[in-house]
Design a protein around this ligand. Sequence first.
Ligand code: DSN
Length: 417
Amino acid sequence: MTDRSNLKKTDPDIYRILEAEDKRQEDNLIMIASENYVSKAVLEASSSTLTNKYAEGYPEKRYYNGCINADGVESLAIERIKKLFGAKAANVQPHSGAQANMSVMMSQLDAGDTYIGMNLSHGGHLSHGSPVNFSGKYFNVAAYGVTEDTNLIDYDALNKLAKEHKPKMIIAGASAYPRIIDFNKFKEIAHSVGAKLLADIAHIAGLVAAGEHPSPVGLADFITFTTHKTLRGPRGGVILCDEAHEALINKFMFPGTQGGPLMHTIAAKAVSFKEALEPEFAVYQKQIIKNAAALADVLTSGGLKLVSGGTDNHLILIDLRNKGVTGKDAANRLDEAGITCNKNGVPFDDKSPFVTSGIRLGSPALTTRGLKEDDFRRIGKLIIRIITNMEDDSILAKVKGEVEEICKTYPTDFLRI
Ligand code: DSN
């Protein structure tokens, strides 16, 4: 039980909501591919008194006094993340992945310059050039995607696009791509037209750190990621680069795109990086992949169509068009049963992002909770039962009962500090 006695007295409304959120995370099967459960140590660090501290600048070069402890946590975070990825330089201040991307873009591009990113509707990220985001508003963006038959990244089309547009930068990385990304190919294409390569490994950072996905370190000029997905840290971002780009990146992070860093979050990042350097982390990442593969097999055997035919990583994208069900309806119905995922566009989707033809599922959070392949096979069968019986309330009730049973088998005492 988390001690929230002060909160309960001062603000009973927020107290109640936070208690309800603990319960929600406990009583549901969290299958959003970009979410995870952090450790108690990470939770403790992120609720520390460092939230009170202004520390604009970098260790030993601050604009404020009293930064001795802020310097301590930030230096450790930098040292650990460099070690984890074998990188030469790191900035741990980005509040998010989008902020990390913004700093890299601002450091390399002027307004109106051209770069190439992955189409959001083919599995890309919002901050890789979507017209509704800064990344699409202030730059000229050409987008690559996947092929219609294989749903794999179309490297030939990307190559042609690069030759045609001569971009200053190419971005590799995705938020709904279930296959291995070939960073060698990206490097070859980018450098053949004199473009810089940015690899955004937000989703797969944990897999890369553990050697379960090829690393872009040494291939990409810049690497960005969020710390809260497979990496299992607090919400935030990181930029990796070489020493030659370090000063520029630091300048465009602060003061370029952010003010004071969130030092309590940086402390929590440092803790999660320490955890990721332990041998158990590699075991965890292997299990993430085994669990996703087991789930993919069951879903496919049950007649569901997976984008690209399966998965190599932590996520699965189901194309529901052959079932006559929208992503929105499926995600809502699954949520009613206690299985939380998100609706997601599929490549060449004819439905809007608010409706979509797909759902995205991920294994990282439930793997942290301790679930193994057999559990994922069981959950896969529950998902099929819901999707193939969308109107049947008695099936919904039965599935909900099974979900409750699974949740009870895997308690979440790590949620309480
Ligand atoms: N919004 C994030 C996701 O869910 O994948 C992308 O970074």
